[in-house]
Design a protein around this ligand. Structure first.
Ligand code: SF4
Length: 504
């Protein structure tokens, strides 16, 4: 054995040991001897995958139906794994992902497409569906991205379950396991049996509507707690699904899947195990639950830590913030999204300055250490004057409580009123970020998402199958921003070149 082989073997031994350690630290891992097993792949590393309530829900759903689900994740160090030449394996089964009849994948957002391609290639599965044969697994994709624009995923998926898959996953697996020897027949049957299944080989670009699961299946709730995620040892439970508001940029607005479905107070608590020391309340609009203050108060009174996945500033009041503080909150995190009142008005975001001032005052009054505020940059019609307003206003907020701003570039999503709006331009976004940083220097901490990767996300959010295929070229070229830019620029379509023209 030469030195290279020996180091590859030692790397994989380390990866197996890491998986085994993570498994041993989990509470709630499901194991079964079921004959029909699915590799449940998350195209980002373990810490991200295990923070996804949707991924955990599908894991439990598959086990509950009498089948087995073994998890696999994008490795933290993809180049090292690739160099080892070892096949990607599942955590529970320690089997190569390519051994399974079905690989089910949950994709949250556009940039995870690169992780999907890397994961399939590490597993030895051709990433392009058209290159797979009967000896390869079916690649069945679902997840939050299906609510906006899954078209760039289409070249890589045998089938895409649109929308909520809590129920459709079962019918889809029934069909696929019944016809594992004939790929085409399986896909035809899937299209017939599951109206929300998008089969690119049969449907082209015509996507069916998203599915909505029965209200009785709500809430989604976590299966596994682990110390190895950012949400350490936190039990996740859904308090509502969807949103009743209508922010113009948001995929989860009221027009998506029937608005907001509220989980009753008693049902939420019936799902929370008595052993859960920390509880994460999950939903697009958690703080819009009519009994949210009471829920947080009760959890805090029971001595549990509490986390909320979203907090609207106009919902805060004395009782609510007191409960959050008692539940362990030290930073009040909320969002305003538009840089100025004019911008917020234009995107139908109902947050006003007075809501944010009140939030800061409440946070200070209840002994929180700081406030974190998410905003977007580069919305349609935005000007330097809007950024100047944000400078003025965030400076005022910072006099009430230490403030951090989290800024993301605006990316227009399909199925929203702002669909089709162009990206502001990398130079424009960087210029405005610099103006903001200069304006608040020394007073407010500014953390911004890269404008360049915002542009990549924009091309995919607005793109089709050609843009998806370009991701393969970008990943193979090394995955740096220049590789993505070159791959998109080589496309014959107008959209990405138009977007690129803005940055050149
Ligand atoms: S941004 Fe938030 S409040 Fe607005 S529609 Fe989306 S989920 Fe609802």
């Amino acid at each position: 054995m030469d030195a290279l082989q020996s180091s590859a073997l030692s790397f994989i031994d380390d990866m197996r040991a890491l998986a085994s350690t993570r498994l041993s630290q989990e509470v709630g891992t499901l194991r079964s001897e079921a004959h029909e097993r699915v590799a449940l792949l998350y195209p980002s590393p373990y810490a991200t995958g295990m923070s996804s309530l949707g991924y955990q829900t599908i894991y439990r759903e598959i086990h509950g139906s009498g089948r087995g689900a073994d998890r696999a994740f994008l490795p933290e160090d993809v180049p090292a794994w690739r160099a080892s030449r070892a096949p990607l394996f599942t955590y529970e089964g320690e089997r190569p992902v390519s051994d399974y009849a079905v690989v089910a994948v949950s994709v949250a957002y556009e940039l995870e497409l690169a992780g999907l391609i890397d994961s399939l290639e590490l597993a030895g599965i051709p990433p392009l569906a058209e290159e797979r044969t009967n000896r390869h697994p079916f690649v069945l994709v679902g997840g939050p991205l299906t609510f906006s624009n899954p078209l760039p995923l289409a070249p890589f998926a045998d089938a895409i379950l649109m929308g909520e898959a809590d129920q459709t996953i079962h019918t889809a697996l029934d069909v696929l396991f019944a016809s594992t020897n004939d790929r085409h027949a399986a896909l035809v049957a899937l299209a017939r049996e599951v109206p929300s299944a998008f089969i690119p080989a049969l449907h082209g670009d015509r996507m069916p509507p998203v599915a909505q699961c029965a209200d009785e299946l709500l809430p989604a709730y976590g299966q596994i707690t682990t110390p190895n995620t950012e949400l350490r040892e936190m039990f996740l439970v859904e308090t509502s699904r969807g949103c009743s508001r209508g922010c113009h940029y948001c995929v989860m607005r009221r027009s998506t899947n029937g608005g907001m479905r509220i989980v009753p107070f008693e049902t939420i608590f019936a799902r929370i195990p008595s052993t859960a020391k920390r509880v994460g309340l999950v939903g697009a609009a958690v703080s819009d639950h009519p009994r949210i203050a009471e829920i947080v108060e009760r959890l805090a009174d029971e001595g549990r830590g509490v986390g909320l996945s979203s907090l609207r500033p106009d919902r805060l009041n004395d009782r609510f913030v007191a409960a959050l503080r008692k539940g362990g909150y030290r930073t009040l995190t909320t969002a305003g999204d538009g840089a100025s009142e004019r911008m917020r008005e234009s995107i139908q975001r109902k947050t006003r300055e007075r809501h944010l001032v009140r939030a800061a005052e409440l946070a200070r009054a209840h002994g929180m250490e700081r406030m974190k505020l998410y905003m977007m940059c580069g919305l349609p019609g935005e000007e330097d004057a809007d950024i100047d307003e944000l400078v003025r206003f965030s400076t005022e907020l910072s006099k009430i409580i230490p403030l951090a701003l989290g800024i993301g570039p605006f990316v227009a999503k399909r199925n929203t009123p702002l669909d089709g709006q162009p990206f502001a331009g990398i130079n424009v976004v960087e210029h405005r970020l610099e103006r903001l940083r200069r304006g608040v220097r020394g007073r407010v901490d500014v953390r911004a998402t890269s404008a360049r990767w915002g542009w990549v996300e924009h091309v995919l959010a607005q793109g089709g199958q050609a843009e998806g295929r370009a991701v393969l070229a970008a990943v193979h070229a090394g995955g740096k921003f220049a590789d993505w830019k070159r791959a998109f620029n080589a496309l014959p379509t107008e959209r990405p070149r138009r977007a690129l023209a803005i940055i050149e």
